[in-house]
Ligand binder design. Structure first.
Ligand code: SF4
Length: 346
């Protein structure tokens, strides 16, 4: 039986019952595809259901505040995804009369929609023949065909896309085929697969040549950047503290945080440094008593390791122009900060 037919048959029997598969509504498929980038299915399901509860239609999303959208994303990371979802929903509602574009070329012009998402939406919702290539597809196809070109190179991705394209063209259901490819990679052709049980082992070049451990080939090693965040958590005797919104195009863009002093190296106690005296001077703050507690966290992101120190500074004076500590949950903070707030402040 040809591979594409066997794969579709396998999919019809083994596909997971996931909330976004209830129908092919492009809004739901789009939201799910954006959530599932960089997110595991179990966590993704919860966020998807909550997101659809809060914003059941594209109109609800377009008409809501950005802060509310970010709040619903809290904990998922890669917050630009939420900002772009919101921006694009406004374009679809205001400029396209609420009608989702149906082709790859129209979809890819929208903010936050790249090759993968445009292929997924156009094939799943509008039966267009555009192959999707995510990490699962890269792994499965490169093993089946014994591709030795690194999959993290442009050439490798192009090769896998060509192979997937040849297969999808032979099917009658491009949307199902794409989902079947991804599902097989996710459930069977995993990083450490059980090839003896695999229905494709007689066709799979990597298996036949005993190369499953070395395919897919990757060249680049992830470069990890270490960053040292020192947060100043002032607690005024009026129950207020300072927070600000992150404005730089960096991690946690538009989320809230405490006043930050970032350094390239670990500091034993930032309050003894000239950076802290400068901070006080710049903000016209006078603090006589800097008795404080330091709470340290390590937070791991895909390309960055964050070493975070929270300096909990109790003041004998009022914090003017600050925010009520008891209301901090109204703001969207990155996960380590919101964990710190629940454990030490509220
Ligand atoms: S035989 Fe192993 S490596 Fe090949 S497709 Fe099946 S699970 Fe993947």
């Amino acid at each position: 039986m040809p591979l594409e037919i066997e794969l579709l048959k396998w999919y019809s029997l083994n596909k997971r019952d996931l909330p976004w598969r209830k129908n092919n509504d492009p809004y739901r498929v789009w939201v799910s595809e954006i959530i599932l980038q960089q997110t595991r299915i179990t966590q993704g399901k919860k966020y998807f259901n909550d997101f659809i509860d809060k914003f059941p239609t594209i109109y609800d999303l377009a008409n809501s505040d950005e802060d509310k959208v970010l709040k619903s994303w809290q904990g998922l990371g890669y917050y630009n995804r939420a900002i772009n979802l919101h921006k694009t929903s406004k374009i679809i509602v205001n400029d396209l009369g609420g009608k989702f574009p149906t082709t790859y070329d129209q979809l890819i012009k929208l903010k936050g929609i790249g090759d993968y998402t445009a292929s997924a939406i156009s094939s799943i919702c509008f039966d267009k023949y555009n192959p999707v290539v995510d990490g699962n597809v890269l792994r499965f196809i490169s093993r089946i065909y014994g591709v030795k070109i690194p999959i993290d190179s442009a050439q490798g991705k192009k090769k896998i896309k060509e192979l997937a394209n040849k297969l999808i063209q032979k099917t009658k259901t491009p949307g199902d085929f794409n989902q079947a490819l991804m599902e097989f990679g996710a459930l069977s052709c995993t990083p450490f697969p059980d090839c003896q049980l695999c229905i494709f082992n007689s066709k799979c070049l990597a298996f036949k040549k005993n190369k499953v451990d070395s395919i897919p080939v990757k060249t680049q090693k992830k470069k990890i950047r270490k960053r040292y965040f020192n947060y100043l958590v002032f607690k005024g005797n009026n129950g207020k503290t300072f927070i600000n919104q992150r404005k730089e195009k960096d991690i946690w863009y538009k989320l809230y945080q405490f006043p930050l002093i970032e350094k390239d190296v670990l500091d034993d106690d930032i309050l003894l440094s000239s950076d802290f005296s400068e901070y006080l001077k710049n903000n016209k703050l006078k603090i006589s008593n800097t008795k404080h507690e330091i709470i340290r966290y390590k937070h791991v992101l895909s390309h960055q390791h964050l070493f975070i120190a929270f300096y909990l500074i109790n003041l004998n004076t009022v914090v003017k122009d600050g925010y009520d500590i008891s209301n901090l949950n109204d703001f969207t903070f990155p996960v380590p900060i919101s964990n710190f707030i629940s454990k030490y402040l509220i």
